[in-house]
Design a protein around this ligand. Structure first.
Ligand SMILES: [Zn+2]
Ligand SMILES: [Zn+2]
Length: 648
C-alpha cells in the first residue's frame, strides 16, 4: 500500500495514504484521538475527516489550541441549534459561528425566548451529547443544496447558498442524527465529544446586522471538555462583570453617557476628570524631563492640510468633515491625528542637523468617526485625549530615539501598574493591499527591516501582524486586554519615512546637503479615556492612592464635630491631598461602608477624644482599622504614599 511521510511535531512518521487526520490521531494514541478537535495540514486548517494523501506537516489540534477550541465551540453551536429545532420545530436557522469566547446561533423563532426556555434547551443539549451522534460531512451541488433547504423552509440558508452558488463550488453540509446544517466545518467526530455546555445569554440580533431586516434571537453559549473548566470560566465572567469599567466606572462617578450627546462621546464626571488630569500632568512632566517641547495646536483644519498629509485620501472615512466637499468652497475637518499640526512647528524655521532630534509633545484631543456599533464605555470612543508626540531625527539617531520612546512608555505603564499586562505587536503593512498605504514596496521593506532590527536589539518579545501598520509606516503597538479579554492598542511607536517629504520638512546636514529627517510618531500613555478604563478594571476601582480622585474622607462622629472635621479637611487639602468630609447625619458604620464601597484609600474617624489629643482614628480600604495616630503622622505617611506613586 502507498505510504505518506507525515511530519508531526518535528518527527517524521509513515502512514497509509488516504488515512484521515482522525485515524492518524488514533494510531498515535487513544488520548490524542479523544482530545482531537481539528487538524492543520501544512499550516492549513482541515477537518478530522480530511484524508492525508501526500507527504505533509500535520498538527493535531486539541481544545488547548485556539483553532481546536474554535472547532469544539462550533460543534457545540450545531448541537445547540439541533436542540432548539427539536423543541421548536418551526425554528429557522441563520448563522452560528464560534467566536473569541464561545459561540452563538442566530435563530428565527415564532416567539422570543424567555429565561424559562434556556434550561429546557440545555437539557436537550445534554441529551444530544449523550446520544453521541456521529457528525458526517457531505457535499451537494448548489442547486440540490438550495432545493433541500427550500423544502425544509430554511430561508436564511437558501439566501446563503445563493450567495455561494455563483462560485460553482459544491456546498458542504454536516449531519448529526436528524439534524443537518450548511457548514464549512471543521467539526468534532461526534456530539459525545462535547462535555460541559452552557447557554450564557439570549439577545436579539438583526439578520445580517441590518436594522431594516428581520429581528432574530441570538443564543450565546460556551463549552469546555471538563465541568470544572466551565465552573472556573463562569466564575471569571462574574468577577469580570464586577470589574467592568462600563459598569463600575459609572457607579463610582467616573463617567456617564448621554443619548442626545451621542454614542462614543462619554462625559467625564469630576472623579474621572481628576484621574485624567493627574495622569496627564504626570506624563507632561515626565516628557519635559526627557527633552520634549510642549505644543498646543488647533482641533481642526481646512481640507488642504489633510490633502498634504494624505489623510484626505487614506483616512477620510474615519474623519468628521465639517461641510460638503462637493459644494462648499472651504471644508474643515476635525483632527484624527496631531502630526500634520505639530509638523508646522518644525516647518516654522529653517532647521539644521544641530536642531535634531526635535521632540514635540502635546496632550491632544482627537476625533475619529468610528461605527456606532463598536462603541464601548471609555474604551471605544469617537473623541479622546492622548499623549501624542512626534520626533524628527537624523537616520543615525533613529534607533536611540525609538528606544527612548519605548523606555518612556514602559516607565509610565510600570508606574501606573499596567506594565505586567501588556504585550508588544510589530504591525506591518499588507503587501496585498498596497493602495491603502503611501510609499513604495522597497521603502516599506527597508523601514520594516530597520524596525525589526531595533526590536530585536531591544530584546523585547513581540508578535507580528500584517495589515496593522499606519498608512505612512510600520509601528510597534503595545497591546492590552480589557477585563472581558478583548484586546486593544494602548500605545504605539511608529516609524515614518513619508510625511517629512510630503510636508517639505528638511534640514541642512553637516555636509551642507538638504535632507529629510525620519519622523517617529508616538504616544506614551495611550488615550487617557482608555487608560482610565483599564485602570478601573485592573484595580476594580481601587486605584493607587496617588491616582484616586478622593484620597481621604473625614467622618465626624456627630454633627457637633463638623466644624473641627472641616478644619482637618482644610489642613490636609492645603498639604496637597484630595479630601472630603461626610457631613450627613448617618450612623458611622454606614458612612464607613459607603466610603469602603467607593474605594476611598483612607477614612479618618473624628470624635471628641481624638480632637482633644490631636489624633485621628485611621481606617484603610485595604487593611481596615489602623488605630489612632497623631494627625501629622498620618499626613506625612499619606503624602509619602502619594509622592512615591506607590501602587497601594
Ligand atoms: Zn457550522
Ligand atoms: Zn502622528
Amino acid at each position: 500500500m502507498e505510504q505518506v511521510k507525515v511530519t508531526l511535531k518535528g518527527d517524521v512518521r509513515e502512514f497509509a495514504a488516504g488515512m484521515s487526520v482522525a485515524d492518524i490521531a488514533k494510531e498515535i494514541g487513544a488520548g490524542l484521538y479523544k482530545a482531537a478537535c481539528a487538524g492543520k495540514i501544512d499550516g492549513k486548517m482541515v477537518d478530522l475527516r480530511t484524508p492525508v494523501t501526500a507527504d505533509c506537516t500535520l498538527e493535531i489540534l486539541t481544545f488547548q489550541d485556539p483553532d481546536g477550541k474554535h472547532a469544539y465551540w462550533h460543534t457545540a453551536a450545531h448541537v445547540m441549534a439541533q436542540a432548539v429545532k427539536r423543541l421548536y420545530p418551526n425554528a429557522k436557522l441563520a448563522i452560528g459561528p464560534a467566536i473569541d469566547n464561545g459561540f452563538y446561533y442566530d435563530i428565527d423563532l415564532e416567539r422570543p425566548l424567555t429565561p424559562d426556555d434556556l434550561p429546557k434547551i440545555e437539557a436537550e443539549i445534554k441529551k444530544i451529547i449523550k446520544e453521541n451522534l456521529p457528525l458526517e460531512r457531505f457535499e451537494l451541488p448548489s442547486d440540490q443544496a438550495k432545493t433541500n433547504m427550500q423544502e425544509d423552509g430554511q430561508d436564511y440558508k437558501v439566501e446563503l447558498i445563493e450567495e455561494h452558488s455563483g462560485k460553482g463550488e459544491a456546498i458542504s453540509f454536516y449531519r448529526q442524527g436528524e439534524f443537518t446544517d450548511l457548514c464549512a466545518g471543521p467539526h468534532l467526530m461526534s456530539t459525545g465529544c462535547l462535555k460541559a455546555v452552557k447557554i450564557t445569554n439570549a439577545t436579539a440580533a438583526y439578520w445580517r446586522g441590518d436594522a431594516n431586516k428581520k429581528q432574530l434571537q441570538r443564543l450565546y453559549g460556551i463549552a469546555f471538555p471538563k465541568a470544572s473548566e466551565l465552573e472556573e470560566y463562569l466564575q471569571k465572567v462574574e468577577e469580570a462583570k464586577k470589574r467592568d469599567h462600563n459598569l463600575l466606572g459609572r457607579q463610582l462617578g467616573y463617567f456617564t453617557t448621554v443619548d442626545y450627546i451621542g454614542q462614543g462621546l462619554p462625559v467625564l464626571m469630576p472623579n474621572g476628570a481628576r484621574v485624567v488630569q493627574t495622569l496627564s500632568r504626570f506624563v507632561e512632566d515626565e516628557e519635559e524631563k526627557r527633552g520634549y517641547l510642549l505644543t498646543k495646536t488647533p482641533f481642526m483644519a481646512k481640507s488642504d492640510l489633510y490633502k498634504i498629509s494624505g489623510h484626505w485620501d487614506h483616512y477620510r472615512e474615519s474623519m468628521f468633515v465639517l461641510g460638503d466637499p462637493e459644494s462648499d468652497k472651504e471644508v474643515f475637518a476635525l483632527r484624527p491625528m496631531t502630526c500634520p499640526f505639530q509638523f508646522q512647528v518644525y516647518l516654522n524655521k529653517k532647521r539644521s542637523y544641530r536642531d535634531l532630534p526635535m521632540r514635540l509633545n502635546e496632550t491632544s484631543t482627537l476625533f475619529r468617526n468610528e461605527a456606532s456599533g463598536e462603541m464601548h464605555g471609555l474604551i471605544r470612543v469617537r473623541q479622546f485625549t492622548i499623549s501624542e508626540g512626534h520626533i524628527a531625527c537624523l537616520p543615525e539617531q533613529l534607533e536611540q530615539e525609538f528606544i527612548g520612546c519605548v523606555e518612556l512608555t514602559n516607565y509610565l505603564l510600570d508606574t501606573v501598574g499596567l506594565k505586567e499586562d501588556i504585550t508588544y505587536r510589530f504591525s506591518k503593512w499588507d503587501e496585498n493591499n498596497k493602495e491603502k498605504y503611501i510609499g513604495s514596496p522597497e521603502e516599506w521593506e527597508t523601514v520594516q527591516d530597520r524596525m525589526r532590527e531595533i526590536l530585536n536589539d531591544m530584546k523585547i518579545e513581540y508578535t507580528e501582524a500584517d495589515g496593522e501598520a499606519a498608512f505612512y509606516g510600520p509601528k510597534l503597538d503595545i497591546q492590552m486586554k480589557n477585563v472581558h479579554g478583548k484586546e486593544d492598542t494602548l500605545v504605539t511607536v511608529q516609524i515614518d519615512f513619508q510625511l517629512a517629504e510630503r510636508f517639505g520638512m528638511t534640514y541642512v546636514d553637516a555636509d551642507g546637503q538638504t535632507k529629510y529627517p525620519y519622523v517617529i510618531h508616538r504616544t506614551s500613555l495611550g488615550c487617557y479615556e482608555r487608560t482610565l478604563a483599564l485602570l478601573i478594571e485592573k484595580y476594580a476601582g481601587a486605584l493607587p492612592m496617588w491616582l484616586m480622585p478622593e484620597q481621604v474622607r473625614i467622618l465626624p462622629l456627630s454633627d457637633r464635630l463638623i466644624p473641627d472635621a472641616k478644619g482637618i479637611e482644610a489642613k490636609l487639602q492645603q498639604a496637597g491631598l484630595r479630601v472630603t468630609t461626610d457631613t450627613r447625619s448617618e450612623k458611622i458604620g454606614y458612612k464607613i461602608r459607603e466610603a469602603q464601597l467607593e474605594k476611598i484609600p483612607y477614612m479618618l474617624v473624628v470624635g471628641d477624644k481624638e480632637l482633644e489629643q490631636g489624633t485621628v482614628a485611621v481606617r484603610s480600604r485595604k487593611d481596615g482599622d489602623l488605630g489612632t495616630m497623631p494627625l501629622d503622622e498620618f499626613l506625612s505617611k499619606a503624602l509619602h504614599q502619594v509622592a512615591t506613586k506607590s501602587k497601594e
